[in-house]
Ligand binder design. Structure first.
Ligand SMILES: *[C@@H]1O[C@H](CO)[C@@H](O)[C@H](O)[C@H]1NC(C)=O
Length: 144
């Protein structure tokens, strides 16, 4: 009988380990042009309604007009923030990137060796190039 109890306890621990590794992966959001993390509160709420207890983090860098900084400058900053987030856990994460954020995320995935991003989602991102934004380049703040 004691061996049956031991087996039952062992199975419970095993189930707990299996189930805890089945938790939803964290979601990391990179915002787009003229955005900031606050713009993703509703999206965060939707994710957590669909998948309760999911950790959702919108990286807080290059907010609003600072999102006009050169993309490689932003990539360096976001790289550091993303790596430090990813280094906190062995678990893989999903990268959800909006608009210009998708371009930055694509750069991040190409410069971070051995990243553990499971899924990269680019929402409304100009990954095949951009047409029609020439008016923005007339503003001095958009120049390098
Ligand atoms: C994250 O971990 C990698 C691999 O150990 C290391 O090269 C990198 O510097 C770390 N980045 C940060 C921001 O902690």
């Amino acid at each position: 009988m004691p061996s049956l109890l031991f087996l039952q306890g062992f199975l419970q621990v095993l189930l707990l380990l299996v189930c805890s590794s089945e938790a939803y992966k964290p979601v990391i959001i990179v915002h787009g042009l003229f955005d900031e993390p606050n713009n993703f509160k509703t999206l965060t709420k939707f994710i957590q309604q669909a998948h309760p207890d999911t950790e959702v983090t919108a990286l807080d860098l290059f907010d609003n007009v600072k999102s006009l900084r050169p993309l490689w400058t932003q990539t360096k900053g976001f790289r550091s923030a993303l790596e430090s987030k990813l280094n906190q856990s062995r678990e893989s994460a999903h990268l959800l990137c909006f608009s210009q954020g998708g371009v930055i995320c694509r750069a991040l995935l190409s410069v971070i060796p051995n990243h553990n991003i499971h899924t990269f989602i680019a929402l409304s991102s100009p990954l095949a190039g951009q047409f029609g934004g020439q008016r923005l380049t007339r503003f001095p703040v958009c120049q390098n």
